[in-house]
Structures are given as C-alpha cells and as structure tokens.
Design a binder for this molecule. Structure first.
Ligand code: ASP
Length: 311
C-alpha cells in the first residue's frame, strides 16, 4: 500500500508528447498538443500502480509558449508543491522551449520537491513513440529519494533545469547538458543513477511573474553576425525595448555596426547583456557579466526576472 506522500501530479501543457499525426509513420508532419494529459497517462499501463493525478494546464505547441501560461504554470506548480501529500510534479511540455520553462521555474520556485519536465520528439501516434517511456521515467525521477529542484527527463537522461539545451532537431536524445557540465542522472529500467547534486537555489517566488502579459518587460535577443546592421536595434530602441541580450560571436565579440545603438541603449538605461552564440564555452574574462555563462535564451529570462524584481 502506498503512503499519501507518494502522490505525483502530472501537469499537461501540450507539445509533441501530446501530438497526433494522420499516419503512424509520420514523425514530423503532426500537430502538437492534441491529446489530453489523462490519455497520455492512460497510455502507460505501468503507471496504473502509481498514485497520480493529472491536470491539463494548457494545450500548446511550445514554440508558442507565452508569459501568461508561464505565470499560471508557476503558480499551479507552487500550489501543488505546497500540498503535503504531493511528492513531486511532472510537467509534459514541448521540446522547443522546454529549456526556457525549466530555467524560469527553477529560478522562480527553486523547489524543495522535484519538478520534472518531460517531452517527446515523436508524436503520440508514432510507430515508436518516445513519450510513454519518457513519462514513465519522469515519474521515476519525481519519486526518487531526495530529489528536488527543476530537472528534465528525456531519452533516459536527467538534465539540470538551469543548464539543459535542445541541441538536435530530430533525434530522440535531443537535449544535452551545458558545455562545462554533465548529466545529472540517468534512468535505467526505472532506477535513477545520479552523478551530480539536484538543482538548488534561492526561490524568487511565483508572484514575481505578472499574470497580465502587458506587465512583463519587453526583452529581446539579437544575434551579432556578418553583415550586421544598426537599424534593427535602433528600431527596437525607438519602439521601447526594455532589455536586450546579444548573442555575440565567439568570446563575446560584437559587430562594430552594433556599437552605436548598444551604447545609445545603455546610456538610456536599457540593459544590454552579452552571451555567446557558440555552442560550447562561456565568455572568458567577463566573470562579472551575468549573461557570460548562459545561453541567449536563459539570459533573456534572467534579465527579465531582474527587471521584474526592480519594480
Ligand atoms: N513544436 C513542438 C513543441 O515544442 C516540438 C516538440 O515538442 O518536440 O511543442
């Protein structure tokens, strides 16, 4: 018999894991976010023995993730975490922006219980769908002794919520840990073999995230590249952008055409952070810069949170 503390809440947000195609052999021409989270759970007979409850929070293709959904998700996750009988949370999510949601939730909630995002690269209708195994593995991680913090579980790999990145467009193991770190754990036949500490940190609180989308600051990412021109940044400045993250070349270098508008933004009090667009490494020699070790997408969230906290 299971104790009440074993309860796992599964929150559905859509994604390919809930996607459907017209043919079982079609792994790319499908529509994400079609099947209910209840049906995803029902498709895994091994989960019947677990104490689970499922909740449909959204039904999105995660390429379309929006700030109102983030604000709702953070609050719902916190509400479930506050229930003593809940051991952990699993969130089914699309792969496209999974790393952004994971980063946001870890920074905002830094939960003492596990919050496990999972996803799939193939729709639920595929001949060899990866979603059911990923969901089963995610529940195993959520139940794992001592687990806490936000992590992702895909293709048997457990990745740190602040570090993971989607690095492949098609392969089932589409995620990797950050360049200077490794996997947090692996799941093998339901057993979690851990290599690193669970994510820890200071929670900013779900209430940091405004429920009204218009209350979120406007923060953009701009890549520096050959042939870069000043006018995109100038246009954003004129339109009222409140923060910019530069995806710089190499070790944080910026095309000279962008120097003028970057300076103008900074002089006007609009923060401009540097990150690198390189897949490996960080900006070396800039330890004080907050974006130096982050992906452009993580830095965009970090800067957004900083602007929200300044209010
Ligand atoms: N576009 C899908 C999504 O992010 C891709 C996926 O889930 O794999 O929702």
């Amino acid at each position: 018999m299971q104790s009440r503390i074993e309860r796992i809440v599964i929150i559905g947000t859509g994604g390919t894991i809930a996607g459907a195609a017209a043919s079982a052999t079609d792994n790319v021409g499908y529509k994400a976010g079609q099947l209910s989270v209840d049906s995803l759970v029902a498709a895994v007979p091994a989960l019947r023995a677990e104490s689970l409850e499922a909740e449909q929070l959204a039904q999105l293709d995660s390429k379309d993730m929006d700030v109102s959904t983030w604000a709702r998700l953070a609050r719902r996750v916190q509400a479930h975490l506050d229930r003593p009988e809940v051991r952990g949370i699993v969130i089914t999510h699309g792969t496209d922006t999974l790393e952004e949601t994971a980063y946001l939730l870890q920074r905002v909630l830094s939960p003492q219980k596990p919050v496990v995002l999972t996803a799939a690269m193939r729709p639920a209708t595929a001949l060899q769908a990866d979603g059911p195994q990923n969901l089963l593995d995610a529940v195993a991680v959520a139940k794992s002794e001592g687990a806490c913090g936000v992590v992702a579980v895909v293709a048997g790999q457990v990745l740190h919520g602040l570090e993971l990145r989607k690095t492949h467009t098609y392969r089932l193991d589409a995620f990797e840990p950050g360049p200077d770190s490794g996997l947090l754990a692996v799941v093998e036949e339901g057993a979690v073999r851990r290599f690193r500490d669970w994510p820890q940190g200071v929670a900013l609180g779900a209430s940091t995230l405004p429920q009204d989308a218009s209350d979120w600051p406007w923060v953009e990412v701009l890549a520096s590249h050959a042939g870069a021109q000043a006018r995109a940044l100038e246009a954003w400045h004129q339109a009222g952008v409140q923060g910019v993250v530069l995806a710089c070349t190499g070790n944080g270098t910026v095309h000279q055409a962008l120097n003028g508008p970057v300076q103008a933004l900074r002089q006007a009090g609009v923060p401009v952070w540097r990150t690198t667009r390189c897949a490996q490494g960080r900006i070396v020699g800039a330890p004080e810069e907050k974006g130096a070790a982050l992906t452009p997408w993580a830095a965009r969230i970090e800067l957004t949170l900083e602007l929200l906290q300044r209010r």
